[in-house]
Design a protein around this ligand. Structure first.
Ligand code: SF4
Length: 937
């Protein structure tokens, strides 16, 4: 079931709307959900939310299409003995089995024999009790989170530099800056609303500069004044060079450095020294440019721009974090801000954009295996005592637990015998993800809490627990600028689904632990807020009064949110922590930190960190000569369990692809449109070759979203090397040596049908859902002739056994072409197009026929060619998902109406006029169309 949505903000304003928060990226946009009389919901941006002021990107706009119950896990399930089927059980049976299994294994093998693997999708309250259960009651820190995979290098970098995991800046600083540097961040696609905020300011203040540092020419580069396409893994060299440049040109804040920092001399020495391979890279700009493979003039321009611009914000995201040197990359950036004193003031500072909606909330409660709750540390006895005393816990983990990659290694080795996975899909998302499969296959007890029944990970579950999804759950999340927002339920709990916090507390109680008798998520939040203020020397006047000597100062502090009560919690407005208490009353939130120049290290000073450049762990070689980079596409989220339901989002990128430079493709024996096998020493996957993604020579890019539920063999996690940063444990998702080979097939094809086809004789498939149809891209190893008559094969594909079915066919055996269309009462029911070559008719017009009750004469004439005989009917692949505008429509309008700007396209076709995520693609189409016109002239 899916519900059409309205995308104008006015839609929600007319009725009572529930204010909640988008569940996708770390921007944390406010959402208004308004019930319609037909049972659906209109989704719109919350005009009053300070993250987005009413705007939503295309993923947020399509939330209404993702809340249907198809595919949902609605009842607890347990697997029959000996790997049998999953069957429905009562909650009591399921909870007893989880608690009993964990209890027995802890008793027999000790607390470190069990683990939780949780998610940045959880709400803070869920996260809090999960962490409390493991670290304070089970007595093990074997709880890690999928946030390990996206931002743990930033956590480690912040802790080294500031003494605490603190993001010092806010979104408004992006608008106040005169220079925004985006490092390893395709902001246009991954944090679209922040991208729009930057664009808007840049249009208003054209002197504001944007520099993008990224090996790829991404959509974000379309608005950049300067793109530095550095060689993958050379970020530390680039920012060490900047540190040298700033120091040598006197672009420093000596007073700030002397009074408020330590370690500058060591950092400068490291920046000036040779790398671990012995190559001298001291500040010789030409040599630095050569090492980073960027134009020396461009590098000099960037360094000069940074040196002379006071208000600089440097944004970093997964391109920095997901590296075996991720923490050093973060610190090499922060070093430059410390040297210039550009921190703690409006319009300046280092800014980590988080990937997930509540990665930050997880950091606050200690959801990582190496942190404790409330920004306290596991490896500090005093910190452990503070938390244990507050909880009144029977135990406290005494050492850091296993981080994600090593946690799954321990499962495979049998050291961890029970794992409870909550709201995440590690068989898709972990590096070397076939290892995760092996681990779960041999694990004694695998419990999965999820909203979706069928995932690659749930296939290994012994017990499945149905959790509440977005729209049903209630609690808080924290976005990239430390802003806590409420997520509020506007839908009833479906089936027997329960809140994650409730499931965790019920299991804790059954394990015999007191301390989990929470009646509501508000009570959990209150405990979380009280712990943040407990013995916090940054919290004058509240609970810690009189215990200052025994306190630990930390910026994270929710003292002003203690005692909200259910009404205060229900009405809580978005607020940035710290929220302290002043004169006995809650102070307002805090926009930016360190304006007092006081950091969280014991001496109150920030630290420069010496960051010697080092090469990625695994280098390309003759067998695996290319470097694999992974990331997101514009309209999908994570493993597609939610965005994959949206018809609106399905049309932009319909298939897993490997983007590569045409010359590399030539050397690999593939060309655009071919299927290719991308393989590494760890695993392999199959994807469609494409050019045009701005790939430099030697690198390929594959998106992270596709998995075994939507494609035959497209899990890129299986290919990614499991190397991690030694400090943060974050995997190296951006740099795996791979090779690309042609994936040989005898035929290519696609099908569109009202029901899923039978895929027995298909080697390769990938699926998207559309309006009233399901579309499969297909390919086969064995020639169709081996399957006998092609018509019989096609009928079997769709399960059509009526000899008198209205079946239109075309076949050209010489060219290896076969096409068939099946009609029922003049309505299209199924169609399949096959060819010996990958070139096939466009799918969009054929797909549009599924919306018709009856094909007319013109449709019937065109249907076997896959082309409308009517002008303009084939809109082409989707560019603007918000308004469903295709490439052909846009290119035709550009040509025929002489459109010159993206704004003119918007005025003409609406495309780009809602979320703006497609504007970089509109600009590219303007250029491409003009080039085509010139070459035809
Ligand atoms: Fe959601 Fe898009 Fe906002 Fe991210 S930018 S929170 S995906 S609406």
């Amino acid at each position: 079931m899916s519900f059409p949505i309205a995308i104008s903000s006015a839609a929600a304003g007319s009725r009572d709307a529930v204010k909640t928060t988008c569940p996708y990226c770390g921007v944390g946009c406010g959402v208004r959900a308004s019930a319609r009389p037909d049972g659906g919901h209109d989704i719109a941006g919350d005009e009053l939310h300070p993250a987005n002021f009413g705007r939503l990107c295309v993923k947020g706009s399509a939330l209404g299409e993702t809340i249907g119950l198809d595919g949902r896990l609605l009842h607890p399930k347990m697997r029959e003995p000996a790997g049998g089927a999953l069957r429905d059980v009562s909650w009591d049976d399921a909870l007893d089995a989880v608690a009993g299994g964990f209890r027995r294994i802890v008793d027999e093998h000790g607390p470190d024999a069990v683990a939780l693997y949780v998610s940045g999708q959880l709400l803070t309250e869920d996260y809090y009790v999960a962490n409390k259960l493991m670290k304070g009651y089970v007595g093990s820190a074997n709880i890690d989170t999928n946030s390990r995979l996206c931002m743990s290098s930033s956590v480690a970098g912040h802790k080294r530099a500031f003494g605490e995991d603190v993001v010092p800046v806010c979104y408004e600083d992006l608008e106040l800056a005169d220079l925004v540097v985006l490092v390893g961040s395709n902001t246009a696609w991954c944090h679209p609303i922040l991208f729009q905020r930057i664009i808007k300011i840049k249009e208003a203040r054209p002197d504001m500069k944007v520099v993008v540092v990224d090996p790829r020419y991404t959509a974000t580069c379309e608005m950049a004044d300067l793109h530095l396409p550095l060689s993958a893994g050379t970020d530390v060299r680039l920012f060490n060079g900047l540190l040298r440049f700033l120091a040598e040109h006197g672009a420093t804040d000596a007073e700030f450095v002397d009074a408020h920092t330590n370690g500058f001399a060591e950092a400068l020495a490291a920046a000036s020294a040779g790398d671990s391979n012995g190559a001298a890279i001291g500040f010789d700009l030409a040599q630095c440019a050569k090492a980073c493979k960027v134009d020396p003039h461009d590098l000099l321009e960037f360094y000069r721009l940074f040196a002379r611009t006071e208000r600089v914000v440097t944004v970093y995201s997964q391109g920095v974090n997901q590296s075996s040197a991720g923490t050093d990359k973060v610190n090499s950036i922060i070093n430059c801000h410390l040297l210039t004193g550009r921190i703690g003031k409006p319009g300046m500072g280092p800014f980590s954009f988080t990937g997930q909606p509540n990665a930050m909330g997880g950091r606050e409660v200690g959801g990582l295996a190496n942190t404790l709750a409330a920004h306290l540390e596991l490896d500090d006895a005093k910190h452990r005592e503070i938390v244990q005393q507050f909880w009144g816990a029977p135990a406290i983990a005494s050492r850091p637990g296993l981080k994600a990659v090593e946690l799954f290694e321990a499962i495979e080795q049998g050291r961890i015998k029970a794992v409870w996975i909550m709201g995440t899909n590690p068989v898709v998302s972990l590096p070397d993800s076939d290892q995760a499969k092996r681990a779960l296959a041999r694990c004694e007890l695998v419990v999965c809490s999820d909203i979706v029944e069928s995932t690659d990970t749930n296939a290994f579950a012994h017990i499945l627990l149905p959790a509440l999804g977005w729209g049903e759950k209630d609690g808080t999340v924290t976005n990239s600028e430390r802003r806590i927002s409420r997520q509020r339920a506007f839908l009833p709990a479906p089936g027997e689904a329960r809140a994650d916090w409730k499931i965790i507390c019920d299991v804790a109680g059954r394990m015999g632990y007191a301390g989990f008798e929470f009646a509501s998520q508000q009570e959990i939040f209150d405990e979380h807020a009280r712990l943040s203020a407990w013995r916090n020397d940054n919290n004058d006047g509240v609970e810690n009064a009189g215990v200052k000597d025994d306190a630990v100062r930390r910026a994270f502090n929710l003292a002003g949110l203690v005692g909200l009560g259910s009404e205060g919690y229900a009405a809580l407005q978005p607020v940035q922590w710290p929220v302290r208490v002043d004169n006995g009353a809650a102070a307002p939130g805090t926009m930016r930190l360190f304006d007092d120049r006081r950091f969280s290290h014991a001496d109150g000073k920030a630290r420069f960190i010496a960051t010697a450049p080092r090469a990625p762990v695994n280098a390309p070689d003759d067998d695996y000569p290319l470097t694999l980079n992974t990331g997101r596409v514009r309209d999908q989220w994570h493993t597609m369990t939610r965005t994959g339901k949206s018809e609106k989002l399905a049309g932009h990128v319909t298939e897993a692809f490997v983007d590569m430079h045409p010359q590399d493709a030539l050397l690999c024996g593939v060309r655009e449109g071919d299927l290719a096998r991308v393989s590494s020493r760890w695993g392999a996957m199959v994807a469609r070759v494409q050019y045009g993604g701005g790939m430099p020579r030697g690198s390929v890019f594959v998106p992270i979203h596709w998995n075994d539920q939507v494609a035959s063999d497209a899990r890129v996690g299986a290919v990614v090397n499991p190397s991690v940063d030694p400090l943060s444990g974050e995997p190296e998702f951006k740099h795996t040596p791979v090779r690309v080979d042609k994936f040989h097939v005898a035929w290519h094809g696609f099908s569109l049908s009202r029901r899923a086809p039978a895929l027995d004789s298909v080697t390769y498939w990938t699926r998207i859902h559309g309006a009233q149809f399901v579309r499969y891209e297909l390919a086969g190893r064995n020639p169709l002739s081996e399957h006998g008559d092609r018509g019989a094969w096609a009928r079997a594909l769709f399960g059509v056994d009526d000899a008198h079915a209205d079946w239109l066919e075309y076949e050209d055996r010489t060219a290896g072409i076969y096409r068939a269309v099946h009609l029922v009462d003049d309505r299209i029911e199924n169609c399949v197009f096959l060819s010996a070559r990958p070139e096939l008719p466009a799918r969009e017009w054929l797909a549009s026929l599924f919306a018709k009750d009856k094909l007319d004469e013109a449709d019937r004439i065109g249907v076997l060619s896959g082309q409308s005989i009517g002008k303009g009917a084939d809109t082409g692949p989707t560019v603007c998902s918000c308004f469903g505008v295709g490439r052909n429509t846009i290119c035709t309008a550009i040509r025929e109406q002489g459109l010159k700007t993206a704004a003119q396209i918007t005025a003409c076709l609406k495309a780009g006029g809602n979320c703006g995520s497609c504007v970089p693609e509109l600009k590219k189409l303007l250029v491409d169309t003009e080039l085509a016109r010139l070459s035809a002239a």
